[in-house]
Unconditional design. Structure first.
Length: 267
């Protein structure tokens, strides 16, 4: 788990999870091979890299100087899965962890201190992994929201049940300022923060029974200008294309981590 979203600037105001909460606020990847990972995502998404104080295995990805994601090449060393993880902003990591456990979810790691905040890695009651972050958000946080990623999507067995779980854990649909709005649109549960779509939950056709074959997971969608070019670059640099349909493609990096590239037009 690598969550160091700091990128101080002289003009940026500090935004805290006490003021903006419930929305995805960071994404991170655990990988095996740091050099291969950097080369792949640099070619596919145009990322540049900056080291972190956490150690030589940790990097932050930049787009036009804005931090968009964290990378930790610790999967083999820490016996962790190679995967992308979405982190959600919470006022209290301890309270969020307690709510998850009370509702049948599980705690994997934390809460741990990563100044200027605290993080925990969890899974919901269907096994989908996610993280929570308490503390300062990255400087220029509104810029991050409009850079990458575009949003995160939960593929699960029962969208309504999942929405209730996350709503209770993350304080969705509350009247407190800074929270998120939840609506059912086009067969999906849609989460908005300050008007922007930041997460979706889907489980198949309306009224269909939960599918036991689905492995619940959060999929990270990165906003790109050219989906086809990203898919081609992924194949050239050791990854693969799992599906490609017009404005969206599901890709796999050389380590096996899956992610989606989505046209900026369809955010």
């Amino acid at each position: 788990m690598n969550h160091d979203p700091r990128h101080p600037t002289a003009t940026a105001d500090v935004v805290s999870t006490h003021h903006v909460f419930g929305a995805p606020c960071w994404v991170s990847l655990t990988s095996r091979d740091q050099q291969t990972t950097e080369e792949f995502y640099g070619a596919v998404l145009g990322w540049e890299w900056k080291p972190l104080k956490l150690g030589e295995r940790f990097r932050v990805a930049l787009v036009d100087g804005t931090p968009v994601a964290g990378i930790a090449a610790v999967a083999s060393m820490w016996q962790m899965a190679v995967a992308w993880t979405a982190y959600f902003a919470v006022p209290s990591a301890d309270e969020a962890v307690a709510r998850v456990q009370e509702r049948g979810g599980t705690l994997a790691v934390g809460p741990l201190s990563f100044p200027p905040g605290r993080a925990a890695l969890l899974s919901d009651r269907d096994g989908a992994a996610f993280g929570v972050w308490e503390g300062e958000l990255i400087a220029n946080w509104e810029v991050w929201r409009r850079a990458q990623p575009a949003f995160v999507r939960l593929h699960t067995r029962d969208a309504f049940d999942a929405a209730i779980f996350y709503g209770e854990v993350l304080d969705w649909a509350t009247e407190r300022p800074g929270g998120c709005e939840v609506r059912y649109e086009g067969g999906e549960v849609v989460l908005r923060s300050r008007g922007d779509v930041v997460a979706r939950i889907e489980s198949g056709a309306l009224g269909s029974a939960p599918d036991p074959a689905i492995r619940p997971h959060w999929q990270v969608h990165f906003a790109v200008a050219d989906v086809a070019a990203c898919a081609k670059a992924a194949e050239v640099h050791g990854g693969s294309v799992l599906s490609h349909a017009g404005d969206e493609a599901v890709l796999r990096d050389p380590d096996g981590a899956q992610f989606t590239v989505t046209s900026r037009r369809v955010r």
